[in-house]
Design a protein around this ligand. Structure first.
Ligand code: B12
Length: 463
């Protein structure tokens, strides 16, 4: 590590209802440290009191440059900080990466005064950006994977050569305090006092039109080495006191063979952890060994993206699941005491009162233990957003793009307010449809504490 190098600040801004360690920044911190740089990770979602110190140090010229991450709903928070930094330290290079910058890079560069944005995975571009800053150059658009505005305000970028996928390295867990995330932990449901997120694969082979996850990794799956993944779990358990893992992959079992290889290594090490998959797994990807391995690694709940009971809507949005086969698959999990959680969206194109009430009836009739219902949000980078923008619809008040927010535009015959009522109606009907569901919900509330749920309730109420 070259002594005179100033540290690089990596920043997560915003005040989300629930929180989770910024794995993206922690992976990039590992990459930069391997290049001999010093990094400082600032997560203001859990340590807001650190913002003052961060701005003071920036004004004093303490940082080589600042890297931000974020997705749509976080952009107003990032912009607020960028404007402050521009005033305090005009020459400090500012780079933004992540889902939003990858989905709408030019719009993002015209929304706030950044030096550059990263489009896609950051591992390689972040190294080149650090070198260019050190060499005092500023033609950031020449770096493959970055985009910037040229001297006349023109949008400029350099595409990535060939296969842009460098291995995803273990997050730099030393850079954060895992205990800071426990009180408002994302996802609410938990079984152990200390929980940490984990990424084993990036990307998803599917192309559901309402999802923007393909903006960064495209429709492919990038795997981490299974042994490397379980080494990380062992470190979290033995060095950081973690007892529960949240696998945050977009589609952990999209490649069942790979997922089983991770679970086999995990079971072999007998780490006494439990885990769950809050981001959802593919409902049709299973076999008997998969179930045995889930039990051997203490998976206690899985989530499925089911979205709607309407076959027409499912095919319209390109979600190729056989909704008639799902109730039996749910029973395969529930009969093994692995709870199931269904994700539903109200307001997909083609939706009407009939399709919503059919979906509610369907969900109540299944043996699902829990549901999460949201209103369709046109996330930048999703096909629904891109098509709508092409048709001239204005969808860029990014601070409104969180799940429960009924006041965004509608893509079906119901108004946003009507959709919100139906969303609430869905929760009430489902959780009052069977006594065991009321008991299950109160058990989770008791277990996880009210904070995460209050956070979500606050979000529902203000919109
Ligand atoms: C973890 C996670 C969360 C965590 C927060 C994580 C955090 N602290 O940042 C929690 C649980 C809190 C969360 C909450 C929400 N989330 Co969320 N979340 C995710 C999830 C599952 C994984 C993100 C992640 O860490 N991936 C792993 C890392 C390695 O990948 P990455 O982030 O893409 O990073 C790579 C590149 O993007 C790039 N990069 C990223 N940052 C940077 C920075 C720099 C400087 C550079 C150079 C490069 C770079 O390099 C990285 C390594 O290659 C994604 C799914 C997804 N596919 O991204 C959804 C996702 C990002 N979430 C989403 C949403 C909508 C939400 C909510 C708004 C939902 C709600 N409740 O309303 C909330 C609210 C958040 C808020 N602030 O208000 C959407 C975003 C849609 C959009 N286009 O904006 C996603 C895509 C899910 C989906 N499929 O729709 N979320």
């Amino acid at each position: 590590m070259r002594k005179n190098r100033k540290p690089i600040a990596l920043v997560l801004a915003g005040n989300p209802a629930t929180v989770s360690p910024p794995i993206n920044l922690l992976c990039l911190s590992t990459v930069l440290k391997l290049e001999g740089h010093k990094t400082e990770v600032y997560d203001f979602t859990v340590r807001p009191e650190k913002e003052g110190e961060f701005l003071h140090r920036a004004a004093k010229g303490a940082f080589s440059w600042v890297g931000f991450t974020g997705f749509a709903v976080m952009m107003p928070g990032v912009r607020r900080l960028v404007l402050k930094l521009r005033a305090l330290a005009p020459a400090l290079p500012l780079l933004l990466g992540g889902m939003h910058a990858s989905a709408v890079p030019e719009k993002t560069l015209r929304y706030m005064p950044l030096d550059a944005v990263c489009v896609g995975p950051g591992e390689e571009p972040v190294k080149a950006f650090a070198r260019m800053v050190e060499d005092g150059q500023r033609n950031y658009w020449e770096i493959p994977g970055l985009a910037a505005l040229g001297p006349r305000g023109e949008y400029r970028t350099t595409p990535r050569p060939g296969n842009p996928w460098s291995p995803i390295l273990r997050p730099d867990w030393e850079a954060v305090r895992i205990r800071d995330y426990q009180a408002r932990l994302a996802g609410g449901i938990r079984r152990r006092p200390v929980v940490a997120p984990l990424i084993t694969t990036m990307g998803c082979p599917n192309a559901c039109s309402f999802c923007s996850a393909n903006s960064v990794f495209g429709r492919r799956l990038v795997h981490r080495d299974p042994v490397e993944v379980v080494d990380e779990i062992e470190y979290l358990v033995k060095e950081r006191g973690v007892g529960e893992i949240q696998i945050l992959d977009d589609n952990f079992n999209a490649d069942l063979g790979y997922a089983k290889s991770v679970l086999r290594e995990w079971a072999r090490r007998d780490l006494r952890t439990v885990f769950r998959t809050p981001s959802g797994i593919w409902v049709h990807s299973y076999d008997s060994e998969w179930f045995d391995l889930l039990k051997a690694t203490n998976c206690y709940i899985v989530a499925f993206g089911l979205e709607t009971f309407s076959k027409d809507i499912l095919s319209n949005v390109g979600k190729h699941i056989n909704i008639d086969a799902v109730p039996d698959i749910i029973n395969m999990y529930e009969s093994r005491k692995i709870l199931t959680h269904g994700y539903f969206i109200v307001g997909l194109p083609g939706e009407n009162y009939k399709t919503i009430s059919n979906t509610i009836k369907y969900a109540c009739k299944t043996n699902l233990s829990h549901i999460h219902t949201s209103i369709l949000i046109p996330y930048p980078g999703s096909k629904i957003y891109n098509d709508a923008v092409k048709e001239g619809r204005l969808l860029d008040d990014w601070d409104k793009l969180y799940l429960y927010n009924g006041s965004v535009s509608s893509f079906c015959e119901l108004t946003p307010e009507q959709l919100k009522k139906e969303m609430l109606n869905f929760y009430i009907k489902f959780y009052t449809s069977r006594p065991k569901r009321v008991i299950a919900l109160s058990y989770e509330l008791k277990n996880a504490g009210l904070m995460p749920f209050l956070g979500m309730a606050k979000r529902v109420s203000i919109s």
